[in-house]
Design a protein around this ligand. Structure first.
Ligand SMILES: Nc1nc2c([nH]c(=O)n2[C@@H]2O[C@H](COP(=O)(O)OP(=O)(O)OP(=O)(O)O)[C@@H](O)[C@H]2O)c(=O)[nH]1
Ligand SMILES: [Mg+2]
Length: 317
């Protein structure tokens, strides 16, 4: 690539269309086009001067013969492919008229949300599937003052809807951490929430819970430390760490700091623009971290993030 100024990305719009049973429509890319055979969310390229939602309406009329009744932004995923960059700008469509048919001879499939991940899709679609099926907020525990105080806070957070939680207690001795993780596991299971422990792979394996790796642990590994089905995530700060997380087949990453934060005063904030550029290079779902609030999910999604992660601002008082 000449110089450091890549071509501007191709703007692609796509839709999440649901049937009465909540299933989501996928279309199969036909032979002879790039990524032929892959399943995708129906849509296509925005034409010069065209508004994104107008482009979406046009594409769905041309490809499926339907008229949409609205469109709400879901997530906008910047993605680098070998020969181009795209931004896959995905909208939830609350309703449409007409019956969806494959007017360009493309196969169609209605998939329950939990089955979407089993369809082969282009790399940009993985963060979209994650946005549709996994939590938008990842709560990281503050260093617990005591087990009882932490568990009381956890109960409150679960009652308030938290569904993905990292137990991070770097100052606790191994046995105390194991005991606390066990109590936290019982509560998270009852609430249908996911729990990841920041610690050794063996602890997560023994307890059957998820594992959150520090970037140092991540870079020292040569394979995924737990089987598929048991969550593994990592803290990342740059392109190398994200590439390693993808290579190891991790489930998601946390990337930051986006803004300055009191908990990591020495770190240089990357800002949203750099967050987007880093996200382009991998297809992992990525939470933004650093000086963010729970209500920043929409901003994170505009930059291709799964949502936001945080410590202080994310826990009930
Ligand atoms: N529509 C759609 N395109 C996607 C998705 N994911 C993804 O990587 N893409 C990429 O975004 C670009 C969209 O181009 P397209 O071929 O659908 O565009 P289009 O409907 O305007 O058709 P055409 O340019 O082939 O005539 C392709 O490079 C495609 O591989 C997705 O979920 N839906
Ligand atoms: Mg298309």
């Amino acid at each position: 690539m000449p110089g450091d100024r890549p071509e501007p990305p191709v703007h692609v719009v796509a839709a999440v269309l649901r049937d009465a049973r909540g299933r989501i429509l996928l279309a199969r890319r036909t032979a002879g086009r790039d990524l032929a055979g892959a399943w995708e969310f129906p849509g296509g390229k925005v034409e010069p001067g065209e508004a994104p939602v107008a482009a979406l309406a046009r594409e769905l009329e041309e490809e499926l013969g339907i008229r949409i009744l609205g469109a709400e932004p879901l997530v906008s995923v910047p993605q680098a492919y070998p020969h181009k960059r795209i931004v896959l700008d995905v909208y939830e469509v609350p309703g449409f008229t007409g019956t969806a048919r494959g007017l360009e001879k493309q196969a169609l499939a209605w998939s329950p949300p939990e089955k979407l991940a089993s369809y082969p899709m282009p790399p940009a679609d993985r963060p979209v599937v994650a946005a549709l099926t996994a939590p938008a907020r990842y709560l990281v525990s503050p260093e617990p003052e005591s087990a009882a105080a932490f568990l009381a806070k956890l109960d409150k957070a679960l009652a308030a809807g938290a569904r993905r939680i990292q137990l991070r207690a770097r100052a606790l001795p191994a046995q105390a951490l194991a005991a606390l993780a066990m109590d936290a596991r019982t509560r998270c299971q009852a609430a249908g929430a996911e729990l990841l422990v920041n610690g050794e792979p063996g602890l997560a394996a023994d307890l059957g819970i998820g594992l959150h790796l520090t970037s140092k642990q991540l870079m020292a590994l040569s394979g995924r430390p737990l089987p598929a089905g048991q969550l593994v995530a990592a803290s990342c700060h740059d392109a190398d760490e994200l590439a390693q997380a993808e290579r190891l087949g991790l489930d998601f990453a946390v990337l930051g700091p986006v803004h300055a934060t009191a908990s990591h005063p020495g770190a240089t904030p990357m800002g949203w623009e750099r967050f987007s550029r880093l996200r382009e290079g991998v297809s992992l779902p990525i939470y933004a971290l650093g000086g963010l609030r729970p209500q920043d999910v929409a901003t994170a999604r505009r930059h291709g993030g799964q949502g936001v992660a945080g410590i202080r601002a994310f826990w009930p008082k």
